[in-house]
Design a protein around this ligand. Structure first.
Ligand code: IMP
Ligand code: MG
Length: 387
């Protein structure tokens, strides 16, 4: 058999997946990706930057990855790729690579960065602080870095690798000496075509620049479209998993139809330890919002759902679910004056007992027309289970 047909056969058997935030981010994607990553050759970030905070528990130790894909570096198989759709703060990346290096000096050599990615400069972070407080920005310079990219004034990593900029080059050189590869998709494509890829989204569909609740959005593509913008047309994900909590949280400003207030909010926030992984801000909290989730599945290209944090609602007699708005949302503007309608379903004493979760999960599937494929009921890798 010639190489082309052998390659074709192999191509037909690989299964790529994407794991996206279905709602406002912070759904537990990092934990899910980390748990699944051992079965994939690459874990690929394609959007956003260090505004993301992907929390991972490894051997009982908590790690927060802001830029580094959530690959489990103890597992021999996965490598990490930072795609060209990201905006990268090199100092932050250097910190995360150093953490890897400290764990084992061979680990950074499994990290690949696309030099076509644009960089975040210190002035972008300053500008964020000055201009984007009303959006609730994380102040990581993400918006201004994308603005400079779109206005054709941005700087790519590739430019720095040629140019004289001392500071940023220092970070690149040090990362290279630790083993990190700066190689673009054109160089890696042949290899990746035959590999199994896990695309790790950052933020969530409701924060997507095109489909989120504008203007209370981030500035990148957090739907499946972001994967293709990065150049991965050859590696379509067969399944696109949207991750959602069994309740809802949000950091930053903007409409949140099922938001709870005061005592109820305080109780749920404390139960779930809902404080931002990147900024430490208390998260806004509320019940699960199925019209929003349905909208996100449709706009985000989500084919299957992963529901997380069931253990947080252990012991509730009844769990509220928003199943409709007075007027179904047809565009992101409709979330601004949404009037949620609720039902309750029987709760669960212990999320580890699958039978008790059935009424809740059936209701999610009914409203979103998506199957729930995995659930998570704890921070350990074994707490992520197929459903
Ligand atoms: P920016 O991307 O930092 O400019 O923030 C824009 C909006 O998106 C703000 O409401 C942030 O709180 C929110 N946001 C950005 N990144 C994340 C994330 O990773 N998780 C949750 N919210 C985020
Ligand atoms: Mg987060």
């Amino acid at each position: 058999m010639d190489i082309v047909s052998a390659g074709f056969l192999r191509l037909r058997t690989v299964m790529n997946i994407a794991v996206l935030g279905a709602v406002w981010g912070d759904e537990g994607k990092g934990h899910i990706v980390h748990s699944l990553s051992g079965k994939y050759d690459w874990v690929i970030r394609f959007n956003g930057g260090a505004n993301a905070g992907h929390t991972i528990y490894r051997d009982g130790v908590k790690y927060v990855h802001n830029l580094m894909p959530s690959f489990d570096w103890r597992s021999p198989r996965p490598k990490a790729f930072l795609g060209s759709g990201m905006v990268i703060d090199l100092e932050q990346l250097h910190k995360e690579v150093t953490t890897l290096w400290n764990a084992n000096s061979s680990f950074p050599s499994r990290v690949y960065v696309d030099p076509d990615a644009f960089i975040v400069l210190p002035e972008h972070k300053e500008e964020d602080k000055r201009l984007n407080g009303h959006i609730g920005s994380t102040n990581r310079g993400i918006g201004p870095a994308y603005v400079s990219k779109i206005s054709r004034k941005g700087t790519r990593i590739r430019d720095l690798m040629k140019g004289p900029s001392e500071v940023s080059n220092k970070f690149i050189k040090e990362m290279q000496s630790m083993g990190v590869h700066f190689r673009g998709l054109m160089e890696l494509r042949r290899e990746m075509e035959f590999d199994e890829l896990l695309f790790e989204g950052a933020q969530g569909v409701m924060l997507d620049i095109n489909h989120g609740i504008y203007p209370y959005v981030s500035c990148s593509e957090s739907t499946v479209a972001g994967i293709y913008s990065c150049g991965f047309h050859f590696a379509k994900p067969e399944k696109v998993y949207g991750v959602a909590k069994c309740y809802t949280t949000k950091v930053g400003e903007g409409p949140f139809p099922t938001e709870l207030q005061e005592k109820e909010a305080h109780e749920l926030r404390e139960r779930g330890n809902e404080y931002g992984a990147t900024t430490g801000r208390p998260r806004r909290v509320g019940w699960i919002d199925l019209p929003a989730l349905d909208y996100a599945c449709q706009k985000g290209g989500i084919t299957n759902l992963i529901l997380t944090k069931f253990d947080i609602l252990n012991g509730m007699d009844k769990v509220p679910m928003c199943v409709a708005y007075e007027k179904p949302p047809m565009s992101s503007s409709d979330f601004f004056d949404a009037k949620p309608q609720y039902i309750t379903v029987p709760g669960w004493k212990d999320a580890k007992d699958d039978d008790q979760l059935v009424p809740f999960i059936q209701r999610v599937e009914k409203s979103t027309h998506c199957y729930v494929s995995y659930i998570s009921c704890g921070t350990d890798a074994k707490d992520v289970k197929p459903w």
